[in-house]
Design a protein around this ligand. Structure first.
Ligand code: NAD
Length: 365
């Protein structure tokens, strides 16, 4: 079976779907791999490294037009779909927007969206959401540290003592936990809040304080995700977090509810109450933002508070983000391919949940 990896063409996308060592392992496992010339350059993987691993380097049209399965980070551009092999497979990390998914079906592609991967134990090695959120959570702290006028650790020096910076992390899922761990490593005093009480122990085990707010309703789904809060509880949460933000030098927000707009957690009034020189890094900028003032893709200053709304943060650490993505995607490939053929067993939850189009039909959108 021939696996194709085109160069990512979306603006600001520096990752590549397969790295040379993962490609080499696939080749040892019986796959043929063809990579577009320059596909790994922005992630610091030169063509020579792919060639040394046994990969064939080719041009874009043969990579996307002659492969059995095309592996990408971003979804194929709608304008390029005609060049994909009718009946071929595509694996990428994209939101299955209905209009676009219909176009994938018209081209008769068997397309898999890794955003839809179920968060079940046996899918963990394929969990792109987690690996890329880990990278984003780490980078968010570096951005905050760099935008802040303060040092993170407590320092006792001949020039006097500096207290440690205070970091508040909102949402303690995968990205939030990595942000907590990274801020702790830099020496900050960290506190965190999440509506799911189950994360309290995880937060504490990283050396951070879990902020407690009594929530009367059940805030977690059976699948372990957060639910949208009632209006009344949300109002209480906003007041509670405005109080917590006043004491923080840095606020990193990561709260999300799958398939919904991000919950608003820091109001404009809460920003007014923060100290000048404080920094908010809003990792939910892509889905509307957790701070009322966030401008996605921009950095603004309001009342002396810097508010950063970075997009596609994982792509800014392209080497390791690609390495993790490639391992996830290779594990996924190992699951959907058997004896050199696509195994489309829709009884299997991983295949059923991720396959958005097959044989001209839309299965998920
Ligand atoms: P996510 O990106 O959907 O959300 C981030 C965090 O925001 C979550 O912890 C959520 O509880 C929190 N949140 C939502 N609304 C909030 C609000 N109003 N106020 C404060 N916080 C709010 O989450 P994620 O990082 O993708 O992880 C979600 C769950 O999936 C976690 O339980 C995680 O442990 C689990 N998970 C399971 C697996 C697996 O078994 N394969 C892998 C990864 C994650």
């Amino acid at each position: 079976m021939k696996i194709g990896v085109p160069k990512e063409i979306a603006a600001n996308e520096r990752r590549v779907a397969l790295t040379p060592d993962v490609a080499g392992r696939l080749i040892k496992g019986g796959f043929a791999v063809v990579v577009e010339r320059g596909a790994g350059t922005a992630a610091f993987f030169p063509d020579e490294a792919y060639s040394a691993a046994g990969v064939k380097i080719s041009d874009r049209s043969s990579v996307i037009g002659q492969s059995d399965i095309v592996l990408q980070v971003q979804a194929p551009g709608a304008g390029e779909l005609a060049q994909y092999r009718e009946g071929g497979g595509v694996v990428a990390f994209f939101q299955p927007v209905p209009d676009y998914v219909r176009q994938l079906a018209q081209r008769k592609l068997t397309a898999f969206s890794l955003v839809l991967l179920p968060r079940i134990t046996r899918a963990q090695p394929m969990d792109v959401l987690s690996s890329q959120a880990t990278v984003a959570g780490y980078k968010a702290v570096l951005l905050a540290a760099s935008a802040s006028g303060r040092l993170f650790p407590m320092l006792v020096t001949a020039a006097g003592t500096l207290p440690a910076a205070r970091v508040l992390v909102l949402g303690a899922g995968v990205a939030g936990l990595q942000a907590i761990a990274t801020a702790r490593r830099l020496g900050a005093i960290v506190s965190a809040f999440d509506v799911r009480p189950a994360v309290k122990e995880q937060v504490q085990s990283l050396g951070a304080t879990f902020l407690e707010m009594a929530i009367a309703e059940h805030s977690e789904t059976a699948g372990g995700y957060a639910k949208e809060l009632s209006e009344e509880t949300h109002r209480k949460e906003l007041a509670f977090l405005a109080g917590a933000a006043k004491d923080a030098d840095i606020v990193i927000t990561t709260a999300a509810i799958p398939g919904k707009k991000a919950p608003m957690l820091i109001t404009a009034a809460a920003v007014q109450g923060m100290k000048p020189g404080s920094v908010i890094v809003d990792l939910a900028a892509e889905t509307g933002g957790n701070c009322e003032l966030t401008e996605p893709g921009s950095e603004i200053v309001r009342n002396g508070v810097a508010i950063l709304g970075p997009l596609n943060l994982a792509s800014t650490l392209p080497r390791d983000a690609s390495q993790m993505y490639a391992r996830n995607v290779a594990a996924f490939l190992g699951h959907i391919v058997q004896d050199g053929k696509l195994r489309l067993d829709f009884e299997d939850q991983i295949i059923r949940d991720t396959c958005v189009t097959h044989a001209g039909e839309v299965r998920k959108s």
